[in-house]
Design a protein around this ligand. Structure first.
Ligand SMILES: Nc1nc2c(ncn2[C@@H]2O[C@H](COP(=O)(O)OP(=O)(O)OP(=O)(O)O)[C@@H](O)[C@H]2O)c(=O)[nH]1
Length: 266
């Protein structure tokens, strides 16, 4: 590993280090059959001496009906907290998480969009260029299942082959049997939409880190592979960089009490 990459990787906390490829929630039904990083990605990460692969930044977008648990999922993963009180997202919220994957620095921008219809046009303006789209629904709320396809279609329309997930939240609120019944149904929907399915609970934390690591690893693998295949080799300066075509510095005051800077549309 080059000295630069070693220093960058050291800045990442140990719970953001990924060295083995995480398993799918259900390896038998996932659309993403891979169980390891692509050999070219592994080679790029181990052979690249310039550290340029480590500049990779990807964009994740979470969508789904009102109050299904999008913000709670982000908060559990990013801050390991859970708030039982509901505070609607106004427009979009934004988080940045840094990882070390195969000893390579990787940054994920996480865009948590509002489920309320009145924010649809603001929220949808942030879908563009997503590397990963996560459609969230509430396992305990039947009606949120029927919106999954629409959210997936809308959120992926302006991105180039994003990695796709469907995540059922609030697993803690339903019995095992009820959860399995929902899973069977939604796994079918996931396959038809080319997405991978997960059930999680942001309240207990069940599966949140496993899902997040799987999401980050698939996104990293796809993004680095795409760069390698489009550039022909990995030791180019532009590898791993994403051009910021447009920068926005709009500020939204959220009811969650934070000022969110919404910027960097890729
Ligand atoms: N029991 C339980 N409650 C949850 C879980 N996830 C979220 N909630 C609760 O569900 C409510 C809505 O959660 P949010 O994360 O704010 O939902 P959201 O999808 O971001 O909502 P919008 O911003 O309006 O789109 C809150 O009261 C949360 O505490 C979970 O895994 N288990």
């Amino acid at each position: 590993m080059s000295a630069t990459r070693k220093i960058m990787a050291q800045n990442v906390p140990s719970n953001r280090v990924i060295s083995t490829f995480p398993e799918a929630y259900d390896p038998l039904t996932t659309i993403y059959k891979k169980s390891n990083f692509h050999p070219k990605v592994k080679a790029a990460c181990s052979e690249n001496r310039t550290g340029t692969v480590g500049l990779k930044i990807c964009k994740a977008v979470l969508v789904g009906d009102v109050a299904v648990g999008k913000t709670s999922l982000v908060n559990r993963f990013c801050h390991d907290v859970f708030d039982r009180d509901y505070k609607a997202t106004i427009g979009v919220d934004f988080e940045v998480e840094k990882f070390s994957i195969l000893s390579t620095p990787f940054t994920l921008q996480i865009w948590d969009t509002a489920g309320q219809e009145r924010f649809k046009s603001i929220a949808s303006s942030y879908y563009r260029g997503a590397h990963v789209v996560i459609v969230v629904f509430d396992i305990s709320d039947e009606s949120s299942i029927s919106s999954i396809s629409r959210w997936m279609t809308d959120a992926t329309a302006s991105s180039d082959h994003p990695v796709k997930f469907i995540v059922g939240t609030k697993k803690d609120l339903v019995s095992k049997a009820a959860c399995q019944a929902v899973e069977e149904r939604v796994k079918e929907i996931a396959l038809s939409l080319g997405a991978e399915y997960w059930s999680v609970s942001s309240k207990t934390g069940e599966n949140v880190q496993k899902f997040s690591f799987r999401c980050v690893s698939l996104t990293f693998d796809a993004a680095v592979l795409r760069e390698i295949e489009s550039n022909g080799q990995v030791s180019q300066k532009q590898i791993g960089t994403i051009k910021m075509e447009r920068e926005r510095t709009d500020m939204y005051e959220t009811r969650k009490g934070k000022m969110k800077v919404t910027c960097c549309k890729t």
